[in-house]
Design a protein around this ligand. Structure first.
Ligand code: ADP
Ligand code: MG
Length: 513
């Protein structure tokens, strides 16, 4: 299936919103709308023109033409080789072996839990797997927000909170399930999807390397994350065994393998942060010094958020976001494409336009100067507004920045800034995926016109909800592959992939098999 068809985004290609590359028409519209005070019209036009000029420059500096995307992909491939060669990875890409040698086969059976610590949200899941039918018979989940103070506190406090949430979720089990565990004498098992860089030491243990996405729990670094969690579970007076420690991308890949018929080779998340994993030939993992797995394959967690390259089109806004982050200098790729940063990047651009081109009038709106006021969901809301008057844009500007009234021209500029950044993010993400496909030999031209299929299992709030970002991403991936490609690549949303995948991998690595 073609990517566009899978995600059905074609409707967004031709927005009803006029673009800003039509200043003459904009001014004519102004007249038609019957603005009466000619001085103010002139002033608006002048400031709009100034803002438009800044916008053009900004569009230029953020542009991602096809040759640049190829350069980005090639630079990523080079780093992948470097990361696979050296223990600990390259400067940029850790390329972590996950100890996952076998992905779910579809025959996993029983009731399993999963805990998914992502970034913004934290989920606990209960999943019943049907065995040979290859089906998920039932699933329930609970989602909670991690209290901000725990994101920068101690490991004990964070894990007590997580274990407590899991324990109270387990307590909500049906009586029949409780009876099943009593009768079988089995301990409940859970997968743990943990979306931060970990050096795995087995499929159920791993050392935290460092935190990302605004987390900074210093005393948990350098220690086994499963042990810390398991200790907290004991303190909660529950018996639950963590059977698989899974990066969220690996969970997503595992879920894809379980659900989709075509070959799923990559798991990728674009949510608060971003990362990808893929199925590598085990003998290509030069730093692997243990016996080669029987399957001949090894899932590699790239930790691609830390990729950086001079080809990445960085702007002043990226530099500011980086400088103000808890991890300056790190995670360039992540900071350019993921949800934690997109809103702030757009805010910084708008603030500069307000200051330097008097966008929104002579006084710069105070809220516009406040950090982190604009969230990425606002950005996608603005971007998806294709009403002729951009009413949603007006509402967001009012609600978020307390800008009571705006002109249509101003709203178009705001819309365009969101478009520029959404396009850049989506296209760069596509370049990353193309790099992985290239590394595993799934690019190139078709010799006889036939095409093989590759699926990329996707998850993450930004990918899921920001439909325009997603369509930019799939368009760019098609462009990179070329019309005569040997492989047909499909991006498929593997909803809640990381959690369900963690439960699946807990099942395939169960102690009671
Ligand atoms: P996590 O990455 O924390 O595991 P998710 O995958 O659910 O969690 O992603 C949440 C992130 O997705 C949010 O931080 C936000 O940046 C982004 N997001 C959520 N909703 C939307 C939306 N409607 N539009 C764009 N981005 C969104
Ligand atoms: Mg997540």
């Amino acid at each position: 299936m073609a990517i566009g068809k899978v995600l059905g985004c074609a409707g967004f290609q031709h927005s009803a919103v006029p673009t800003l590359r039509e200043p003459v028409r904009l001014r004519a519209q102004c007249r038609r709308r019957g603005k009466t005070v000619s001085m103010s019209v002139q002033k608006t036009s002048k400031t709009v023109q100034q803002a438009e000029k800044m916008l053009q420059e900004f569009r230029q500096s953020s542009s991602t033409p096809l040759p640049l995307l190829h350069q980005v992909a090639d630079a990523l491939v080079q780093e992948m080789y470097a990361g696979l060669a050296s223990e600990g990875g390259s400067d940029q890409l850790k390329m972590l072996p996950t100890y996952v040698e076998n992905l779910p086969s579809g025959s996993e059976k029983g009731l399993f839990y999963a805990v998914d610590l992502g970034g913004t949200n934290f989920r606990v899941l209960r999943v019943e797997l049907g065995g040979k039918t290859g089906q998920i018979l039932s699933q329930e989940f609970k989602e909670v927000v991690i209290p901000p103070e725990l994101m920068v506190g101690t490991g004990k406090d964070l894990f007590d909170f997580i274990a407590g949430t899991l324990a109270s979720f387990v307590d909500t089990e049906d009586e029949s399930i409780k009876a099943h565990f009593v009768q079988s004498g089995k301990t409940r098992e859970s997968g743990f999807a943990f979306s931060f860089p970990v050096r795995q030491t087995s499929v159920k243990s791993g050392i935290v390397i460092h935190w990302t996405k605004g987390f900074k729990v210093d005393d948990a670094v350098g220690k086994d994350i499963v042990k810390q969690f398991q200790d907290a579970i004991s303190r909660s007076n529950h018996q639950i065994m963590i059977s698989a420690l899974v990066n969220d991308t690996v969970g997503t890949l595992a879920g894809g393998r379980f659900n989709f018929d075509e070959e799923t080779m990559i798991g990728c998340i674009i949510g608060t942060g971003t990362n990808a994993c893929y199925v590598e030939r085990a003998d290509a993992v030069h730093k692997w010094d243990e016996p080669l797995p029987k399957s001949g394959e090894m899932v590699i967690n790239m930790e691609w958020g830390n990729f950086r390259s001079p080809y990445l089109p960085r702007t002043f806004a990226d530099e500011t976001v980086d400088k103000d982050s808890v991890n300056p200098g790190d995670q360039w790729f992540e900071k350019m494409i993921s949800g934690m940063y997109l809103g702030e990047i757009v805010r910084l651009v708008l603030a500069r336009m307000a200051k330097e081109a008097e966008l929104f009038g002579g006084n710069v709106p105070v809220k516009l100067l406040e950090r982190l006021t604009l969230g990425t969901p606002h950005v996608s809301k603005i971007h998806l507004d294709n009403s002729p008057d951009l009413d949603v844009v007006a509402k967001v500007l009012k609600d978020v920045f307390e800008i009571e009234t705006t002109t249509l021209e101003e709203r178009k500029i705001v819309h365009e800034v969101c478009d520029i950044m959404g396009e850049r993010g989506g296209r760069l993400a596509a370049a990353g995926l193309y790099g992985i496909l290239k590394k595993i030999g799934r690019t190139g031209k078709s010799r006889n016109g036939s095409k093989k299929k590759t699926v990329i299992a996707m998850d993450g709030g930004l990918f899921e909800h920001h439909v325009r970002y997603r369509s930019y991403m799939e368009e760019a991936l098609q462009e990179l592959m070329g019309s005569d490609a040997a492989y047909e690549v499909a991006l498929r949303l593997q909803n809640d992939g990381s959690g369900i995948g963690a439960a699946l991998l807990a099942a395939s690595h169960s102690h009671f098999k």
